[in-house]
Design a protein around this ligand. Structure first.
Ligand code: RB5
Length: 143
C-alpha cells in the first residue's frame, strides 16, 4: 500500500499521480488534504511518515509547493528516509543508494508529465542491497 499526502500546493499534482496509480491498479491510501484550501503541511507529512514507519504502508509520496517543508517534516520520523526528487536520476539513485521510503515532490516545481515518470522510477527501482549503502543507511539512525 502506498501512502499519499499533500497540502494545497501539492493537491493538483497529487490528483495527477492518483490518476496514474489508478490506471495501473496500484493500491494507495490518501491521507489528505482533499482540496486546495490552505492547510498546514506538517499534518500530512507526519500522517504519511507515521504510516510508513509503522509498516501500515510500504512507501509514501508527499507533495507540497516545493516538496521541502513536507520532506523536512517526514524526515523527523524515525525510520523515514524521504527524498525530494526533481528528476528521474535522483529517484533512481535514492532507491538504489538510500532505500528511500518516501518520495517528496514539489507541486510548483515539477510538471505532471515529469512527476509521473519520477513516481514510476521511484516505485520500480529496488534498493541495491550493496553493503556500503546498507552500512551508510544504518549510520543515519545512529545517535
Ligand atoms: C505553502 O504555501 C507552502 O509553503 C508549502 O506548500 C511548501 O512549499 C512548504 O515547504
Amino acid at each position: 500500500m502506498l501512502a499519499l499526502g499533500s497540502d494545497q500546493g501539492g493537491y493538483a499534482l497529487k490528483q495527477e499521480i492518483i490518476k496514474y496509480l489508478e490506471e495501473r491498479e496500484v493500491p494507495y491510501k490518501d491521507f489528505g488534504s482533499y482540496n486546495e484550501e490552505s492547510v498546514d503541511y506538517p499534518i500530512y507529512g507526519k500522517a504519511v511518515a507515521k504510516s510508513v514507519a509503522s509498516g501500515e504502508c510500504e512507501k509514501g509520496i508527499l507533495i507540497c509547493g516545493t516538496g521541502i517543508g513536507i520532506s523536512i517534516t517526514a524526515n523527523k520520523v524515525k525510520g523515514i528516509r524521504a527524498a525530494l526528487c526533481t528528476d528521474c536520476f535522483m529517484a533512481e539513485a535514492t532507491r538504489l543508494h538510500n532505500d528511500a521510503n518516501i518520495l517528496a515532490l514539489g507541486g510548483r516545481v515539477v510538471g505532471p508529465g515529469l512527476a509521473v515518470k519520477i513516481v514510476d522510477t521511484f516505485l520500480n527501482t529496488p534498493f541495491s542491497g550493496e553493503e556500503r549503502h546498507q552500512r551508510r543507511i544504518s549510520m543515519i539512525e545512529e545517535e
